[in-house]
Ligand binder design. Structure first.
Ligand code: SAM
Length: 285
């Protein structure tokens, strides 16, 4: 980039540069990063396409572009994401929340009424998205958020503050149910479910920038799910439900784990892409 570059020119150039790097939504990412560098809303880029960038703005944007091209996730560069209508901080300490997990949350919320005093547990809370959304959208619910990672829990606490529910969510460092006491109406979890040997082949954004503990599901992908399901029965209230996000191709095996754990009404459900992605079961008594 040289001489006087306008917003339009910078965006066009960056789109091509990102496209060459195999970035899936090159124009969108260029716009988001430029808006972030200029500290404006994306709309501003459309309102002032002929505005030249200052030297400082160009330099700041150039750094972002190089970092993005080197594989740093967009969300880490801008430091936040929107999840289910709320804003969350993100950084390397916890998984960047995904759209599939919004679907998991949506499925959970459809099983509860807004005024229900449901006891909810989010296991493997990461950035806290599931627990915090449950607390925000269910004002009478009590919510516990557990994770084995102290760094993830620190981020989740910051996100609870940011979203005004710090006093509504109890955070707990725990290896699955180890430090969890009591029973719950809903146990919701997006556990690590990637087969260990698959991780090396994932996109650099995931492989090198997401915490391994958030991804690694062991040799068969369901090692952590197996541990989690084994402890679920005794922490579910009669009539309580467990909802898990799972990997494609894991449905039959997770169904068997649920049945072996004495859970009933087991269903394996697909996500918006049509892939099996959710396992739901109920403790009847
Ligand atoms: C796939 S991430 C999900 C994060 C967040 N819930 C989300 O959906 O974005 C899995 C989370 O499980 C946590 N985790 C992994 N092993 C665990 C264990 N043994 N006990 C508790 N949490 C664990 C990881 O630290 C990570 O935060």
């Amino acid at each position: 980039m040289s001489a006087e570059w306008t917003i339009r020119e910078v965006l066009n150039w960056t789109r091509g540069y990102f496209e060459d790097a195999g970035i899936v939504q090159p124009r969108l990412e260029a716009e988001i990063l430029l808006a972030h560098a200029l500290d404006v809303e994306r709309l501003h880029l459309y309102l002032s396409p002929d505005k030249p960038l200052t030297v400082d703005e160009r330099s700041k944007f150039r750094t972002f572009v190089q970092e993005r091209r080197a594989g740093i996730p967009l969300q880490h560069l801008i430091g936040e994401v929107t999840f289910f209508g709320l804003r969350f901080k993100v950084r390397r300490d916890a998984l960047i929340p995904r759209g599939e997990t919004e679907e998991l949350l949506d499925r959970t919320l459809r099983l509860v009424t807004r005024d229900q005093a449901a006891r909810c547990l989010d296991l493997g809370t990461g950035s806290g998205v599931i627990a915090i959304c449950l607390a925000r959208y269910l004002p009478r619910a009590s919510v516990t958020a557990a994770d084995i990672s102290a760094d993830a829990l620190a981020l989740a606490r910051e996100n609870a503050l940011l979203n005004g529910v710090a006093d509504r969510v109890a955070f707990l460092e725990s290896d699955w149910f180890q430090n969890v006491s009591g029973t719950f109406d809903f146990i919701v979890s997006n556990p690590p479910y990637v087969e260990t040997e698959t991780i090396e082949g994932l996109a650099v954004e995931v492989r090198d920038h997401e915490p391994r503990v958030a991804l690694d599901g062991g040799t068969d992908g369901i090692e952590q799910i197996r541990l989690l399901v084994a402890g679920a029965g005794e922490h579910l209230e009669a009539g309580g439900r467990i909802l898990l996000e799972i990997g494609h191709g894991q449905g039959d095996r997770v169904r068997r784990l649920f049945v072996d754990a004495g859970l009933e009404d087991v269903t394996i459900e697909t996500d918006l892409s049509g892939l099996e992605r959710f396992a739901v079961a109920r403790r009847l008594q």
